[in-house]
Design a binder for this molecule. Structure first.
Ligand code: SAM
Ligand code: DTB
Ligand code: SF4
Length: 331
């Protein structure tokens, strides 16, 4: 039986889920998963960085922040035609959702015609569209909705207590306001965060609590494992203190707790798969993860790649989830 989503989770309840014996937790998450989703179908999206690097925000994990000395070279916003070429390639590889990521604090008004054009034309190619471009104004959210944007990704990144250790130039309240605008504009919300940034279990409880107590849960919840990037404060911290690295079992626990507390959402096993074993990924799918990013690149970091994912899907007997057919409007 489908589980009705609840928004009244307490931190104690979430902490108690995390504390369950591992097999008990995964079993419960798998039960919730099966009751609410096709258990062996995983949705695959392709990411494209449409504007890379030079971002004024100081996110401590990010290769694209101008505050961090990384090897990433800043680029301008890509031409619409180039974006469409990449989308066509992704569609030919079987991807059904195309996610466009821009390293913006927020899009400028002069960027909006190109962004809405990208959404309109990728959508016209028959793919679902997703965008992540930083904070939006209410009017920008409406412009993207009108262009046909299906999802907007905007992560809370971590729990409220750890947030300021991760970014100081944008507050959690700023992030939540953009999420409100996206929701009000009728765009599906994609919102999650990163584990393995040196946060404690208690911080992770706060992170899931923040998402699971939203009045309406995000339709898509990306759970990223930190990809440590040289030259970023959090990546370098991890390189210096390998013990701070997230334990894979704790990562799977986070996926399972997200699945139980947000039963109807798609839980996305996002960044970090590149360094995860097939068995850990299989445990994540068992614990309720049902979407991934495919392709050999995320935004700037390497990703598993289509052929290795095809092989993984074959080994695990997973199918790619097709989007719901679009309703055809009556004449
Ligand atoms: N600038 C936009 C923003 O911050 O919303 C969009 C792009 S940003 C790169 C999208 C998300 O990717 C971030 O919110 C963060 O959760 C995730 N991310 C970025 N760098 C990462 C890393 N090194 N490891 C894991 N996740 C990362
Ligand atoms: C999300 O939560 N993960 C994706 C997507 N949203 C845009 C991005 C992951 C970025 C990983 C690091 C990089 O490629 O630079
Ligand atoms: Fe900019 Fe987004 Fe990277 Fe933060 S996560 S530095 S906002 S691109």
């Amino acid at each position: 039986m489908k589980t009705a989503p609840r928004s009244d989770w307490t931190r104690e309840e979430i902490a108690a889920l995390y504390d369950l014996p591992f097999t008990e937790l995964v079993f419960r998450a798998a039960e919730v998963h099966r009751a609410n989703h096709q258990p062996n179908a995983v949705q695959r999206s392709t990411l494209l960085s449409i504007k890379t690097g030079g971002c004024p925000e100081d996110c401590g994990y990010c290769s694209q922040s101008a505050h961090n000395e990384t090897e990433v070279k800043a680029t301008k916003l890509m031409e619409v035609q180039q974006v469409l070429q990449s989308a066509a390639q992704a569609r030919d590889m079987g991807s059904t959702r195309f996610c466009m990521g821009a390293a913006f604090r927020n899009p400028k008004e002069r960027d909006m015609p190109a962004l809405t054009d990208m959404v309109r034309q990728v959508k016209a190619m028959g793919m679902e569209t997703c965008m992540t471009a930083g904070m939006l104004s209410e009017s920008q959210a409406h412009q993207l909705a009108e262009a046909g944007l299906d999802y907007y990704n905007h992560n809370v990144d971590t729990g409220p207590e750890y947030y300021e250790r991760v970014a100081t130039t944008r507050s959690l309240a700023d992030r939540l306001l953009t999420l409100d605008y996206v929701r009000e504009a009728g765009i599906n919300v994609c919102c999650g965060g990163i584990v393995g940034m040196g946060e404690t279990r208690e911080d992770r409880v706060g992170f899931v609590h923040l998402l699971a107590t939203m009045e309406q849960h995000p339709e898509s919840v990306p759970v990223n494992a930190l990809v440590p990037v040289k030259g970023t404060p959090l990546g370098d911290m991890l390189a210096d203190t390998p013990l701070a690295q997230i334990d894979e079992i704790e990562f799977v626990r986070t996926v399972a707790v997200a699945r139980i507390t947000m039963p109807a959402s798609m839980v996305r096993l996002s960044a970090g798969r590149e360094s995860m074993s097939a068995s850990t990924q299989a445990l994540c799918f068992l614990a309720g993860a049902n979407s991934i990013f495919s392709g050999d690149k995320l935004l700037t970091a390497p990703n598993a790649g289509d052929s290795s994912d095809d092989a993984l899907f074959q080994r695990l007997g997973l199918q790619s989830l097709e989007p719901e057919p679009q309703a055809v409007a009556a004449e």
